[in-house]
Ligand binder design. Sequence first.
Ligand SMILES: [Zn+2]
Length: 375
Amino acid sequence: MSESTALIVVDDIAKAYDFGASHPLRPERVLITYDNIRTMGFLDDARVVEVPSRSATDGEILAVHDLVFVNAVKDIDTGMAPTGLGRQFGLGTPDNPIFDDMHVAAAAVCGASVRAAELVATGEAQHAFNPAGGLHHARRSEASGFCIYNDPAVAIGRILSLHPDWRVMYIDVDVHHGDGVQWIFYEEPRVLTLSLHQSGRYLYPGTGFENEIGRGDAIGTSANIPLLPLTGNEDYLWALEETALGLAEAFRPDVLVVQLGADTHFNDPLANLGLTMPAFPPMIEILHRCAHDFASGLLVATGGGGYQFETVVPKVWTMHFAEMCDVPERIPHEWMDDKPADEVSKPYRNEVEASVREVLGACVPRLRALAGSAP
Ligand SMILES: [Zn+2]
């Protein structure tokens, strides 16, 4: 087992997956992250490698998406689609405007996450990061929320094709519910999804409640902590640590896949949680520790949402990479300068505790049974 950390090279992919200059999902988020990682010297460590990406194959995409949807995206690209076809599949909307070569760009994002997953699943690297990925809202047959194809789901599908007997844990810290990944694997007992997000009562996509716990054989493998607007650092980190470690201890995953949306920051223009910069290093440490304590250190990481593209997002993703490289101390102290936490958040410990208790109570016994460790 290699202990190296891989950074997937995606500069060109990040530029190609672009809904246009007026859209909030800015490619600069990824490009500035790369600049940071390269100029701060992380790649000088012999254990850190840059790995070229590749496109996902049709077969890899079709493991989690429907053929009729993928064909529609391709037909729109080539101009063969009838007028208005995109609308049936969530494309051509204000959130998901049509752009040139969507299939190529979306397949490239998926391929970068697949490459990260392959490196980790085959033992070539212990951790791998695709900052261009994390398009977690795409459904089996529908683009949604800036996401055409669901690269975390495609990556998880690739892991299961390499290791059909593995259990995969997916943790989503984006401020929006990780709905696409949840629904794609809602009846799949080998995939546990955990999402902490601003409650769907107040934010897109309107789902992600405590009672969404999976279906059929997969009951217990979907976990959601909906958070009230203005939830702050302490309550968030408490909930993340309790649920991530509590569920992982019960499910004993073979690999951890994380979606690292950075839109939980209080100043994000599209959401209303109350986190400040000092929340991110401990958040990142919890995820990294979860992989090492419960998943043999195997960690596949993607980017995600986050719309303060020049400031918060590249810093947060650089912090994630620094932690994966075991050099969190290299993050400049001034990156933590922010408003006092109590000025931008409200305490909600009772509400958060109630959610965490309900979800752990519903999921942990089922996960223990699925992991073959039922008492
Ligand atoms: Zn590590």
